[in-house]
Design a protein around this ligand. Structure first.
Ligand SMILES: *Cc1c(COP(=O)(O)O)cnc(C)c1O
Length: 404
């Protein structure tokens, strides 16, 4: 069980008022809030041991290096990677996907097929389109249905010996659907294709076990799981990381440099050119520790309760339609009210202190599927309360009355 009252004490921002109302923060799918344990880690870094890593013999540099590498181990353990060097620090999910897409340019030929799900974030679509332009590979789409589930029969029909890569999110940021990634990975491996799972939306709600999944690449952003922005990790299976060429050239990623020939550093440094977000990486480790202190299972169970409660209340409001009604979903509710533009609802909710997202949620193909311009999205975290759900529902009712 979760002690929400004491958890909320960890998040200074939750005490804010917006337009004279207590903040009700329901935009967690865009970015999560930061507990003081993580904020303290950031302050401690800049107050006490700010230095560049892996380079200096001096004490501060060694302290920073030790903490950064400890964070890598914490994250390795969290996702159950076999080796810490399979955990690459990135600037976030977008960076991780681009790193893999860029690496595959050397491994694909014209006519190779890549499969993408119909419910991806733009960051898991556009890098692959760019890769197809470069290589002549062909992008094919795994369709979804009205409920927001992938059509797995169509997926299986798309797989063949030309399929080289499959990419899909673990949880949809726009619909909340939890995708059957085990089945997706097994199907791809049966035809010899590699799989990248975008875990950006899953990482706040569940603990992915990359070895149990047998996934080839798994990518997350720290800021979706109580860490800072601008840092994330890409997990890659050792054999793939050895096969892929470096993404960027620079300092830190080399073994030896001369004008005749440069050799690359070993993993993970081969993919970590330049000075990284050192403080961010260390704070990411603190965020992972924080979440595990509460327990990912407890978090998931509590968020399910909030989801069920909020869904029931919302559906009592006339004209509400929820997009994403999978039996297997997490605490994200995308909805519209008949006859009202989502933006207008979002603007009134903000006046009442309730923060939600409106728009296409970086997933325009989903909006095209439903033939809508966008939705209002309320996404719940473990620090939200039932009372906040009530406030949100009352605010939606008020918005509806004002706008209709
Ligand atoms: C947030 C998100 C991304 C992008 O993450 P960045 O931190 O902006 O790189 C990608 N995919 C999904 C499913 C997301 O929710």
């Amino acid at each position: 069980m979760i002690d929400v009252k004491s958890i909320r004490e960890d998040f200074p921002i939750l005490k804010r008022e917006i337009n004279g109302y207590p903040l009700v923060y329901l935009d967690n799918a865009a970015t999560s809030q930061t507990p003081k344990q993580v904020i303290d880690t950031i302050v401690d870094y800049y107050s006490n041991y700010n230095a560049n890593i892996h380079r200096g013999v001096h004490t501060l540099s060694q302290e920073a290096t030790d903490k950064y590498e400890m964070a890598r181990k914490t994250i390795q353990k969290h996702f159950n990677a076999k080796h810490s060097y399979e955990i690459l620090f990135t600037s976030g999910t977008t960076h991780g996907i681009n790193l893999v897409a860029s690496g595959f340019a050397a491994l694909l030929k014209p006519g190779d097929e890549l499969l993408v799900s119909a419910m991806e974030h733009h960051s898991n679509i556009v890098p692959w389109q760019m890769l197809c332009e470069k290589t002549g590979a062909v992008l094919k789409v795994i369709p979804m249905n009205e409920e927001g589930d992938l059509v797995m029969d169509s997926y299986k029909a798309l797989l063949n010996d030309k399929t080289k890569l499959v990419f899909c999110n673990h949880i949809s940021n726009a619909l909340g659907s939890i995708n059957p990634v085990e089945e997706i990975i097994a199907g791809a491996h049966a035809v010899g294709a590699a799989v990248l799972i975008d875990g950006a939306q899953a990482c706040p709600h569940l603990k992915a076990d990359v070895q149990a999944l047998d996934v080839d690449f798994y990518t997350v952003s720290a800021h979706k799981m109580c860490g800072p922005t601008g840092v994330g990790v890409l997990y890659g299976k050792e054999e793939w990381l050895r096969k892929l060429p470096p993404y960027q050239g620079g300092g830190e990623m080399i073994a030896e440099v001369s004008f005749e020939k440069t050799t690359y550093a070993d993993l993970p440094h081969k993919f970590e050119a330049g000075t990284p977000n050192i403080c961010g990486g260390i704070a990411f480790g603190a965020a992972v520790d924080y979440l595990n202190g509460i327990g990912m299972d407890a978090i998931a169970a509590y968020e399910q309760e909030l989801l069920q409660y909020a869904t029931g209340k919302l559906l009592e409001i006339p004209g509400v339609r929820i997009f994403g009604t999978s039996a297997n979903k997490t605490s994200v509710i995308s909805f519209n009210i008949e006859g009202i533009h989502p933006y207008d609802i979002g603007a009134i909710l903000d006046k009442l202190g309730v923060a939600v997202r409106t728009g296409h949620h970086c997933a325009q193909p989903i909006m095209d599927y439903y033939k809508i311009p966008g939705t209002v999205r309320a996404s719940f975290a473990f620090y939200n309360t039932r009372e906040e759900v009530d406030t949100f529902i009352e605010a939606v009712k008020r918005a509806r009355n004002m706008l209709l």
